[in-house]
Design a protein around this ligand. Structure first.
Ligand SMILES: NC(=O)c1ccc[n+]([C@@H]2O[C@H](COP(=O)([O-])OP(=O)(O)OC[C@H]3O[C@@H](n4cnc5c(N)ncnc54)[C@H](O)[C@@H]3O)[C@@H](O)[C@H]2O)c1
Length: 386
């Protein structure tokens, strides 16, 4: 990794799944790594990896953290999935104001490189995208059905706009870029996989939805780490600041049907893959109802919605991107991974089918499931007399 072994990297959101993995990789290469997060890392870190507890919403915290740093990986975010998606104020404060604080702190304290971990969602809002590239415009902000995607988009714009800002107190400019990953997977991933395994184990994963030909993408955590390391290099003068002011989509480069992608996990844990396929419009409506109900009773009982609308189209509507720009400009070469290590990770923690449900409990689950479906379908019908 060139000169990076002598450099100091700050990772915001460093206690999260991806931030932590990036930290370990940079540390292995001999770099000095500082993790910045509101919560301490859940895993033990090598002794010389520094953890700074702080909040990106607090500018003084950021000022302290960036002092003496060569390059920032801005990864901290809030509101991506589940019930978090519905906490609008916090999402805005972390994703937008937090990003502005970091950019300001970099300029004020002479940090010359910043890589932002963005998302596919900045251009995707439920429309079909086949082999899209970075020339695609941002999705108009009012079309984002969820706050997370809208605020990630605002942060992505702010980061790219800050590229070329004159640094205070030293010569030089701030170089920034945005990496826009697909859904992240890998052993120990905590955001999506445990929820999916929970649904499989509770017998809720009994159907798939959308067309079998719909394609989405994922990125293995280590491919995403390599893209970030390459992006940090591509912002240096040695690489002619090649990535400065640029955005890159990052995935494994293998479009796949969302549910087929998870088949090895379902079957690897000893469960039957569902054969029932439902129309995506029905599931979208169900997600809409769940969000409405959450809106009403969320302040008293903040339950985890089964699915949100964004999750429905992220999993059921075709959207995949070309890796040509990342390959050409960053030298990104995704390695091939499968879900074997993920299955092993869950199995080694006691997951996997152990015994068969009794006939009665299976019957009860089926009755519950069919009743829920009938209730949702009936709510599509106009009310008699109205
Ligand atoms: N997980 C995915 O599938 C996915 C897909 C596309 C993009 N991304 C982006 O990748 C990045 C990493 O994702 P992840 O799954 O590792 O997320 P994560 O939730 O595991 O990590 C985010 C970290 O940010 C920290 N954080 C939140 N608010 C903070 C604050 N105010 N101050 C300081 N730290 C704060 C959290 O404590 C957490 O440790 C995020 O920016 C996310 O938007 C993730």
């Amino acid at each position: 990794m060139g000169n990076a072994s002598k450099e100091t990297f700050l990772i915001t959101g460093g206690s999260g799944y991806f931030g932590n993995r990036l930290a370990l990789s940079l540390h292995k290469k001999g770099a000095k790594v500082i993790l910045f997060d509101i919560i301490p890392p859940s895993q033990e870190l090598p002794e010389d990896v520094v953890f700074v507890q702080g909040d990106i919403r607090e500018y003084p915290d950021m000022e302290k953290a960036v002092t003496g740093v060569d390059c920032v990986f801005h990864i901290a975010s809030y509101g991506m999935s589940g019930r978090e998606q519905l906490n609008r104020q916090l999402i805005e404060a972390v994703n937008v104001q937090g990003t502005q604080n970091i950019l300001k702190a970099c300029v004020e304290h002479g940090v010359s490189r910043l890589i932002y971990t963005s998302t596919f969602n900045v251009v995707f809002g439920g429309q079909v995208i086949e082999n899209g590239d970075e020339s695609l415009p941002y999705l108009p902000l009012h079309l984002h059905p969820d706050h997370y995607s809208r605020t990630k988009s605002l942060a992505d714009m702010a980061v790219l706009k800050a590229n070329g800002t004159v640094l205070k107190g030293r010569s030089g400019l701030l170089s920034t870029c945005a990496l826009r990953p697909a859904g992240i997977y890998g052993p120990g991933e905590q955001r999506h996989l445990p929820r999916i395994v929970d649904y499989i184990e509770k017998g809720i994963f009994r159907f798939v939805y959308g067309k079998p030909s719909s394609l989405v993408e994922f990125v293995h955590v280590d491919n995403l780490v390599s893209a970030h390391v390459l992006a940090a290099e591509a912002l240096t003068p040695e690489k002619q600041h090649r990535a400065a002011g640029q955005a890159y989509f990052i995935s494994d480069g293998r479009p796949v049907n969302n549910f087929e992608f998870f088949r090895p996990l379902v079957e690897g844990l000893g469960y039957r893959f569902p054969t029932l396929r439902l129309p995506i419009s029905l599931i979208y409506f169900f997600a809409f109802l769940t969000e409405m109900i959450h809106c009403l009773i969320g302040p008293f009982y903040n339950f985890q919605p089964l699915l949100t609308r964004t999750e429905v189209y992220k999993t059921g509507v075709t959207h995949y991107f070309s890796m040509t720009k990342a390959k050409a400009e960053l030298g990104y070469e995704p390695r091939e991974y499968n879900l074997d290590e993920v299955v092993q990770w869950f199995r080694s923690r006691g997951h996997g089918k152990k015994c068969h449900h009794s006939f009665l409990s299976r019957l009860l689950l089926n009755v519950l499931f069919v009743s829920a479906l009938v209730a949702v379908s009936l709510s599509f019908l106009p009310v008699v007399g109205s």
